[in-house]
Write a protein that binds this ligand. Structure first.
Ligand code: CP
Length: 317
């Protein structure tokens, strides 16, 4: 996050390695609050966090809402559906309208690339990108780093195979950049039609066969993001064939490997239920990480930037 007084988290490129590690360290401190009987902390009392969501969400919206509440901030959630967006109000006018309430943070999810950036130009608030089209989803990448670091005790040198529809995935783009930031080793695996051309320039290897995942530490599974596919375009001959070639089955996961998925999962397509529900799966751990990492992001944006946080400062016993 840039050191200016009004900081945003629009993409992973906004973070230095020190920033990313500071957020993960803060999340680790905050995680201790989850085991307390009273889980609320006073850190952001009197602050306002607005969630502005133009796309469906279960995990991201619920975790930002709960994260703000757990830090004692006020929250307000506006979903495009059922709002005056239905009457044709633009994103900029919606942002200007919400800005009249003086929010401290606006969390934005939108199908258009650059939407969070537009909101940042229209308000005085700190803005967090909660997903813009197939561009970026930086807090997902941070929660994934946190999950991996907690599970393996390190990030440097960890190999992560990201499997499936990389072409339409903001999760993959953010995660590749985040893994590179901490000197981990991303590998993209999928049919050639679902691997973006030139993606190797981002510093990752690619493969078109599942044989390539045999030696990695983490298998990170993506769903087919049909909502972002051009109508009528066919990227695989059939879902059945895709599952046969790229589905993550028990036979394709070796002992000791970890399996992750950002959700929502399409069981039986990209991931076999026997894998999703196995001891190798970190899927629900990722959701729990999402809460503490988003608490850490809100805290980091709104309090002394660049400081490592002591438990006492957060009043975590
Ligand atoms: N991973 C993720 O962004 O999930 P939601 O779409 O449910 O927020």
């Amino acid at each position: 996050m840039s050191p200016a007084s009004r900081r945003h988290l629009l993409e992973i490129a906004d973070l230095t390695r020190v920033d990313a590690e500071r957020v993960l360290d803060t999340a680790r401190v905050l995680e201790r609050s989850l085991d307390r009987e009273v889980k609320k902390l006073p850190a952001l009392r009197g602050r306002l966090v607005v969630n502005l969501f133009y796309e469906s969400s279960t995990r991201t919206l619920s975790s930002f809402e709960l994260a703000a509440k757990r830090l004692s901030a006020d929250t307000m959630t506006l979903r495009a559906s059922g709002s005056s967006v239905d009457k044709g109000e633009s994103l900029r006018d919606t942002a200007l309208t919400l800005a009249a309430y003086d929010p401290d943070v606006v969390v934005v999810r939108h199908p258009q690339i650059g939407a969070a950036s537009l909101v940042a130009s229209a308000t005085e608030a700190h803005v967090v990108n909660a997903g813009d089209g197939k561009h970026q989803h930086p807090t997902q990448a941070l929660l994934d780093l946190f999950t991996i670091r907690e599970a393996l005790g390190r990030l440097e040198g960890v190999s992560v195979a990201i499997v499936g529809d990389v072409l339409h995935s903001r999760v993959a783009r953010s995660l590749v950049e985040a893994l590179r930031l901490v000197d981990a080793e991303p590998l993209l695996v999928g049919p050639p039609t679902l691997l973006p051309r030139g993606i190797e320039e981002m510093g990752c290897a690619t493969a078109t066969s599942m044989d390539a995942v045999a030696d990695v530490d983490v298998v990170y599974v993506l769903r087919m993001q049909s909502e972002r596919m051009q109508a009528g375009a066919a990227f695989v001959p059939s879902l059945r064939e895709y599952t046969a070639l790229y589905g993550v089955t028990p036979e394709r996961v070796r002992p000791g490997q970890l399996v992750m998925h950002p959700g929502p999962m399409n069981r039986g397509i990209e991931i076999d239920p026997r894998v999703a529900d196995s001891g190798a799966s970190l899927v629900t751990t990722q959701v729990r990480s999402g809460l503490v990492v988003r608490m850490a992001v809100l805290y980091d944006l709104l309090t002394a930037p660049g400081l490592h946080v002591a438990a006492a400062a957060l009043e975590v016993a």
